[in-house]
Design a protein around this ligand. Sequence first.
Ligand code: KG4
Ligand code: ZN
Length: 340
Amino acid sequence: MGKSIAEKTLILGIDTSCDDTSVSVVENGSRVISNVVSSQDQIHKKYGGIVPELASRKHIEMILPVTEEAMKEAGVNFNDIAAISVSYGPGLIGSLLVGVCFAKSLSFVHNVPMVPVNHLEGHICSIFLEAMPEFPFVALVVSGGHTSLYIVKGYGSYHEIGRTRDDAAGEAYDKVAKLLGYGYPGGPVIDELSLSGNKDAIVFPRADLNGSFDFSFSGLKTSVLNYTKKNPGTAKEDIAASFQEAVVDVLVRKAVSAAESNNIRRIVLSGGVSANSALRGTIQHRSRERGIDVFLPSLHYCTDNAAMIAAAGYHHYLNGDFADISLNPKACLPLGSADG
Ligand code: KG4
Ligand code: ZN
């Protein structure tokens, strides 16, 4: 029932799961024709985190102009679009509602099928916009809301083998940046500060959790807080670099160990924190030593974007996984199966 231009299937992706309004047109799940992202960083910066009510209001204001821009940039109209792919969870419920309601309206008015996509699946599929790693691979999703390890056996086949038991890695970055006196998002600030800091200045705790593939970052965050209170004169650069070293060390160790213990030779990184320079450098270095290939999305596909939602949506479109007008967003939405 989809429409196509000369075997080219165009999917319109929509993501409003958190604080970015994004719309994209992607061909055959991999070639990005347009990808427009309207960031709300300036709005939330002064609060040290996302204010959900402000986020939803801004999505309402931006969703139409961002969509028009994405369509115009791609030089297409709705007759060319095979399906509308929308993030329906997990995320901030008010933010998700804007994208889902908008997608439903477009689907109804233009008679184009709608494909619901899990935002986390979108992050994993961001790699398909630039590379085609062979299955199976280990996927580490590290964002502001999630930190999970998956074994990906094929499109739509996700098995979660570990997840954070408390804070997400990005959340820890944001909170540590806030306590050092910086605004939201904290990840890029800590990344930048760390470049001129000593990562061995302070040894912050790493949660091993008895060798499981789960993560925990709340103890680390508290440890940074206590350290800064007790040692007010310490250079922020050294605190940032030492904190980052602790986060990166655990993320890389567990991702590599997940690959090795499952006899998998490929690791895919995704999510906002995968834009981190130390994480990218360390995982490449440690994986190369072990003969594991690492796949890293470009920086603009690490953070939230709708191209990744269109990439994931393409495979659901091929399977005919459509939703009707009764689709509702879900703040909590697990991806695939899980251990335990
Ligand atoms: O994937 P994303 O854009 O949104 C969610 O789905 O959560 O991730 C946002 C998170 C924020 O916590 C932000 O601080 C973090 O990604 N982040 C980074 C970097 N760039 C963004 N963390 C560390 N280093 C970075 N360079
Ligand atoms: Zn995200």
